[in-house]
Design a protein around this ligand. Structure first.
Ligand SMILES: Cc1cc2nc3c(=O)[nH]c(=O)nc-3n(C[C@H](O)[C@H](O)[C@H](O)COP(=O)(O)OP(=O)(O)OC[C@H]3O[C@@H](n4cnc5c(N)ncnc54)[C@H](O)[C@@H]3O)c2cc1C
Length: 180
């Protein structure tokens, strides 16, 4: 993926391009990979560096969008969970399962979060990471020792995943270049 050879390819294309993508972040690179892998002659131009903007500065979570369940956007959550599952499968070196603890300071919070996060798990189907579980007070403190102890009832343990956004973006770039 040398800059000189990539620029050379851009200049020396007498037949023109089927598709020109502007912007080499995760979105543009994924579009370029998709098009190139389907046989379209594809060029991508990036004004700075691949992944230099939002795609290397995210919160680094690969999640199924659990917060959208509150708004009833079940289709969106299912789609995101499917993408999360594909990323965990296809890029295991860059995307890792990650546990989360939601502390409960009222007796009904464990029930509320437990039910919501169990629904989230169920929507992931076979691509689910691990089952949501209840934690008692001691178990919650064992996982997060600096939780405020006063009134702590317990917690809910839930799984999502974390990724290296910049490296994943570059991996997609390399894959796209590999397809020409
Ligand atoms: C604070 C924050 C936290 C986030 N956390 C997460 C998270 O935890 N998990 C998650 O999945 N997503 C997260 N996101 C969303 C994610 O970062 C973005 O959806 C994703 O990076 C967008 O990629 P992009 O390619 O559309 O944009 P960008 O990565 O911004 O890429 C756009 C590229 O276009 C280039 N460009 C612009 N104009 C031109 C031009 N005229 N010519 C050539 N090149 C040009 C820029 O240089 C840039 O490289 C977060 C976003 C933000 C802002």
């Amino acid at each position: 993926m040398s800059r000189a050879s990539l620029l050379g390819k851009l200049r020396e294309n007498p037949d023109g391009w089927d598709l020109i993508v502007i912007g080499g972040g995760a979105t543009g690179l994924r579009i370029a990979l998709d098009a190139a892998s389907r046989g379209y002659s594809t060029a991508l131009v990036e004004q700075a560096d691949f992944g230099e903007a939002a795609s290397s500065r995210s919160t680094k979570f690969v999640h199924g969008g659990v917060r959208y369940l509150r708004g009833g956007e079940v289709g969106l959550v299912r789609e995101s969970l499917r993408e999360r599952g594909l990323l965990l499968k296809n890029a295991p070196a860059l995307v890792k399962p990650m546990p989360f603890v939601v502390p409960a300071y009222r007796w009904y919070e464990r029930l509320y979060y437990g039910l919501g996060l169990t629904l989230y798990d169920l929507l992931a189907g076979k691509q689910g990471i691990k089952r949501t579980g209840h934690l008692n007070r001691e178990q919650a403190l064992e996982r997060i020792p600096n939780l405020s102890k006063e009134g702590l009832y317990g917690g809910t343990l839930d799984w999502d995943s974390q990724f290296d956004d910049a490296r994943l973006t570059l991996a997609i770039a390399k894959e796209a270049v590999g397809h020409g």
